[in-house]
Each structure stands twice: as structure tokens, then as C-alpha cells.
Design a protein around this ligand. Structure first.
Ligand code: PEP
Ligand code: MN
Length: 279
């Protein structure tokens, strides 16, 4: 055994052990065991109209949490970087109008301050999943955090990242499996579906699936949503857009509203069989 392995202390705070399941209470909805919570929205907030149209659509479906990035971690610095502060304003306006909760990503310390003023859940993205300085910073806040799995991270490393947040005091953590990088080229990433039952054994934290970034293509997302429910995930976060072909980011993996609505209706029967409440 290497010295590092010998010195490494087991995961404590987020470990299942004797801990009760963590349920994140967001007033109008919950995330955790017994629930399948749906989060949806565009990859990026692009303008006031699209985010309002999305908020309206979600509220009609009874969905309570809307996603939308305003600080975007793009692979190329020439790609759309998000609307920044203006985007937060649009997000807030639309969410208030339709009584929705907001999740949006913080990229660093500066954007974390801004996001914390507006969001109900702070998203820490895949690329920042091992940014221990940032993890410690969100750990000091008193607000739910959605921690995405880094695309090169093992499940153990993922749990240690969550431990960093909990270590600073913030235990309101939702884990999100969003696909890992493999040799496969037919999908953008490979959805690690077995991570769900493994994580449910290892931690008391809720675990949701982001099928959009896993697949990178909208045609297989309905099947991945059904699989997410069947495997015991506590929810999903899905990218949707009224006109995906015109989206400024991740259009190829964004579902059109009609298709998304159809899928949500389809999973209701399965949820009844599994005795899981769709939220
Ligand atoms: C996103 O949710 O739009 C995003 C950038 O996700 P990830 O960090 O999983 O790539
Ligand atoms: Mn995206």
C-alpha cells in the first residue's frame, strides 16, 4: 500500500454509515429518497423571452426547479460565455413570475458571490468538481449545492469532493452523475448508470442524473430518463429549448418541449409502480 493510501482517512460526513438519508427541502419541492425530482431548462440563459417561455412551460407541467447557465464553462474561449449578471436578472424574473426555484452554475469565487444572491441551488460543474478551493467556498455557504461528477473522476474521488463541501459545514449537497469520458464516440460521454446504486450504498446524499451532458444527443434522452427512474436516481436535470437548432450552447442535446412533455407523462406509470413521487 502506498503511503498516501495508508494516510488517507475514509469519507466520514457524507458516508452512509448510520446517517439518515439527506432530503433537500426547497419549500415548494424536495430532493431525496422517495422522490424523483425533475429539473429542466436551457443550457444557457440566452434572453428574457426564451427563459420566460421555458418557465411558463415548466410551471404548466408542475415542474418546480428551472436550470439555466449564465456563467458558462465553455471548451473554447470563442464560444458563447453566457449573459453573466444580466442572465441572472432574467432567470430571477422568470422564476418569480412562475414560482420556480433556480439552479445555476458558479465558476469561481467572483461568480459564486453573484450566484449565491440569486440561486436556490448552486451548481458546481464537472470541470470544477475537483477545484478544492471553490468546494470549500460553497461549503461555507448555507445553500443547497448540486455537485456534478467530474468527467474523469472515480466514484471515490467524487465522494471526497462532496466531503470537502460537507467538511466546511454545508451538508445540503445533491450529487449529479453526468457521464464520464470513455473511448466511446457515439455519445458525448458515457452515462455511468451503475454509479447510482453504488453511490446509494456509499452515501446518504441524494443523487440525480443529467442525461443531456451524458448523451450529447437528444434522441436517446427519453430512454436515459426512464433508466434514471428505474435505477433509483432521485431525479434528473435535463436541457430543453424551444428551438434547439438555434441554441447558443448544447443545442444538439437539448430536447424540444413537446418531446420532453411526452417523456414526463410516460414515466408517471413507472413512478407509480416504484412508489416514487414525481416532484
Ligand atoms: C451544464 O450543466 O450546462 C454544464 C456545463 O454541465 P457539466 O458541468 O456537466 O459539463
Ligand atoms: Mn450544457
Amino acid at each position: 500500500m502506498s503511503l498516501e493510501a495508508e494516510l488517507k482517512v475514509d469519507i466520514k460526513l457524507v458516508a452512509r454509515k448510520n446517517n439518515e438519508n439527506t432530503i433537500i427541502d426547497l419549500e415548494n419541492t424536495k430532493v431525496g429518497e422517495g422522490f424523483f425530482t425533475i429539473i429542466a431548462g436551457p443550457c444557457s440563459v440566452e434572453n428574457k423571452e426564451i427563459i420566460e417561455e421555458t418557465a411558463h412551460f415548466l410551471s404548466e407541467l408542475g415542474i418546480k426547479i428551472m436550470r439555466g447557465g449564465v456563467f458558462k464553462p465553455r471548451t473554447s474561449p470563442y464560444s458563447f460565455q453566457g449573459l453573466g449578471k444580466k442572465g441572472l436578472e432574467y432567470l430571477k424574473l422568470a422564476a418569480e413570475k412562475y414560482n420556480l426555484k433556480i439552479i445555476t452554475e458558479a465558476l469561481d469565487e467572483d461568480t459564486l458571490k453573484l450566484v449565491n444572491e440569486c440561486a436556490d441551488i448552486i451548481q458546481i460543474g464537472s470541470r470544477n468538481a475537483q477545484n478544492y478551493g471553490l468546494l470549500r467556498k460553497v461549503g461555507k455557504l448555507n445553500k443547497p449545492v448540486l455537485l456534478k461528477r467530474g468527467f474523469m473522476m472515480t466514484i471515490e474521488e467524487f465522494l471526497y469532493s462532496a466531503e470537502y463541501i460537507a467538511f466546511e459545514g454545508n451538508k445540503n449537497i445533491i450529487l449529479c452523475e453526468r457521464g464520464i469520458r470513455t473511448f466511446e464516440t457515439k455519445t458525448r460521454n458515457t452515462l455511468d448508470i451503475s454509479a447510482i446504486p453504488v453511490l446509494k450504498k456509499e452515501t446518504h446524499l441524494p443523487i440525480i442524473i443529467d442525461p443531456s451532458h451524458a448523451a450529447g444527443r437528444r434522441d436517446i434522452i427519453p430512454d436515459l430518463i426512464k433508466a434514471s427512474l428505474a435505477i433509483g436516481a432521485h431525479g434528473i436535470m435535463v436541457e430543453i429549448h424551444p428551438q434547439p437548432e438555434k441554441a447558443l450552447s448544447d443545442g444538439k442535446q437539448s430536447m424540444i418541449f413537446k418531446e420532453f412533455e411526452k417523456t414526463i407523462k410516460e414515466i408517471k406509470e413507472l413512478a407509480d409502480v416504484l412508489k416514487v413521487e414525481i416532484k
